[in-house]
Design a protein around this ligand. Sequence first.
Ligand code: BGC
Length: 733
Amino acid sequence: MKSTFKFLVTLAFIITIILGQHLKDVEIEVKVNDLLHQMTFAEKVGQMTQFSGTNKRYEQMIREGKIGSLLNVIGAEENNRLQKIAVEESRLGIPLVIGLDVIHGYRTIFPIPLAASASWDTVLIRKAAEIAAKEAASAGIHWTFAPMVDIARDARWGRIAEGAGEDPFLGSAMARAQVLGFQGKSLADPLTLLACGKHFVAYGGAEGGRDYNTVDISERTLREIYLPLFKAAVDAGVGTLMSAFNEIGGVPASANQFTLQTILKGEWGFDGFVVSDWNSIGELVAHGIAKDRLEAGVKGLTAGVDMDMEGRCYTIDMEALVADGTLSEELINDAVRRILRIKFKLGLFEHPYIDESIQKELILHQDHIQTALELARESIVLLKNKRDILPLNRKELNTIALIGPLADDKDAPLGTWRCQGKQEDVVTVYEGLKNKLGDEVKIIYAKGCDVKNNSRTEFNKAIKVVRKADIVVMVMGESADMSGEAASRADLSLPGVQAELLNAIAETNKPVVLVLMNGRPLTLSNVESKVTAIVEAWHLGIQHGNAVADVLVGDYNPSGKLTATFPRSVGQIPIYYNHKNSGRPNNPSDKFTSKYIDLPSSPLYPFGYGLSYTKFKYSDIKVLNNRLLSSDELVVSVNVKNVGKRDGDEVVQLYIRDMVGSVTRPVKELKGFQRVALEAGEQKTVQFRVPVQELRFYDSDMKYTVEPGDFSVMIGGNSVEGLTANFKVISLK
Ligand code: BGC
């Protein structure tokens, strides 16, 4: 009785919330339409226009209702000042929506997204996005151009740094976490940000990994690999998406009616708005599908790009095209409605200004720095640890030689898109180790060489330092500008003469711990065998050095797992774990199978891989019910035991293979993961529930379905090793 009452009260509560939301939505639609009716053509295209920065001319345009959005304006005071012009001096007083690339923090800089994804910790990633939103919003920003939800299967592409790697399932979880983090419970909360899933779509599929390059993929790959992350963002309520620079099979993404109208706004019913990437509509001219900006504008608009970022293609000249029937005004009205709807949802009409006093207490708040440290630690991936050389034995060590161009570098940890991050906030590895070890262990530092230039003049000094030490810690990799936008690389080995320095130091026969800092998977085959341990530390943000020091001395037991495959050589790219089998799967003893004659087909480090200072043993995989209907859930469990001497976290991963389909299926696909904390000696039973619907794919008729048949499920600590079991999906027919 009591529980029925409780249930009814809860139901009534939920209905009230849904009704309340519905009423609010209806109210917003009325306001949007009311405003739209009062707008001139120029004011409409004004709402669809976004410019970067400001000047007197832009201010006049805001006054005339010819700019609806700005990006890259910094500071609460400046943002309020410009907003005041829009609200108090323009005819209709429509507020601006102000955007900025708040990618991995505003001033408190977190690990770059690729690094953060290696934590597989959606809770912490959501918290980091929440903090980034708070800090940015307190500086008058309403909108971030994040998360980047592009799949990247090619480490040459510099923007792999900005996303969650190669997997659609993990990427979708990260997309959801970030959207929920940025947007919070309500967009109207002044300390949240409107999020933007980018770059729609398939931008990471660039041929040769060269930024902005041609993409040519099948509709199946588009739908199964690239689109799911955007769908996850849309389902999580993302308010905006950004249309990409690339073409997809002949049609540029910013003029693509199929992806924008048919899929996004049609199939998915997306009611937010789409902003172009920087001049991506203008670039339709260079793509060769428009003769001038006006035609480019018509193509972008017709495809469903609602706001033009810095393209100057949505112009008053379009009015003539509407008058002669070339362009439908309804398209323009739809775009304006979408933009106004979001502005109302953001509460900008009621509260256009930010309280300038709150930034002081929020920016770099101690709790934010603590979260940055936690996420930085969890992002670190231990790639190699021969003879358990790590953690460093601080009781027995007298002297550490700290070598390398990034060991005391305050810039690289900020990574690409560092927003308002400042070098003065950064803790380097050198500082982190000194903070940790004080006078207990002597640290002698020598830079040895630069990241990029080829000077060897400092080699000898570094070697001399090494001779005085018990162990060498080398901090090497890429500077911040070597990944991110327009930073594709053809060679993924350590840049400059770093590998040479490493070889010279290895010849001293001192044990070498290599700490890597980079924005992408590197090819490490030529250095891997020379070092005793490898710590993948990426660009970890302002707490970089403290997090690395915690791992090096064992105050934190590393738990990160790779989210992008590390190839042995650039020649293996694209390389990703969820590949197809082919008709001649790799067989080392049969020449006529799919492989290279000069290199194994396997990667150096696979997706999902990462070591710990303890060991985890998997046993007893059990499938609860191995005959499932498509409406069922697969329930599968495994025992995971910490068989080492230290407490640690393990990211337990579940992969599924559909054995026979009407079209070929990947050799495995991630369908579940859990981060599990285990004390030394402790065992836990980890259970996964995977809805059979999660196994859908596009069949030979492009129908999204689960086909009955045999499946195998593997659970383990990476994408290669694990325990397997089988199950069947049956049909009732
Ligand atoms: C990038 C986007 C970014 C935009 C605005 C473009 O060059 O591709 O990711 O959001 O600039 O800064």
